[in-house]
Write a protein that binds this ligand. Sequence first.
Ligand code: AMP
Length: 194
Amino acid sequence: MKRIAVFCGSSKGFSEDYSKQAILLGEYFSRNQIGMVYGGGKIGIMGVIADTMIAHQGEVIGVIPGLLKHEEVAHQKITQMIVTKKMSKRKVKISKLVDGYIALPGGYGTLDEIFEALTLGQLQIEKKAIGILNTNNFFHHTLKQLDHMVQEGFLKQENRDMIMVSDTIEILLEKMKTYRAPQMTKVINTVPRK
Ligand code: AMP
């Protein structure tokens, strides 16, 4: 994998563990010559991983919509900053630049971005690997919700299984390298439960 999109919080969270693992991921990417594409911010976990990679001479590409490009938010020291007109254009641009996606802990923005990647995957518009770095089991409830969708007939197990999950960077990246996208239609023809 040459470049990976990282989706993560514009905040740092209450535990230092989130920043610590973002630093480890930034170091891993730099060591393995994997470039990072991300939201272009200098704040929160985004800023932590970008700073780490810059300190280790890694490639960091920010893709930021014009409306978020304020002095206090946009990172000034990354390899390249691409400014898009709209939020929606930013996602398209990010997807063109990367071979896979990883989510770290975050809020609405992070969930929106990783679920858009999953939606493209289940419609087979893309076949890229999608991973979750599950620091402190942060995504436990999100993953439980997905299992509930499978149980209730709204999500195929094969599409649920598109997400690779680990709290260990090396294991997650190994899973992502060997990922094969599912080959089936998304819709489930359910019959009502009696
Ligand atoms: P959140 O998880 O809600 O903190 O949002 C973080 C995610 O949304 C990141 O992956 C970014 O791509 C995007 N994002 C949210 N806020 C900003 C911001 N101020 N500057 C750049 N990107 C942002």
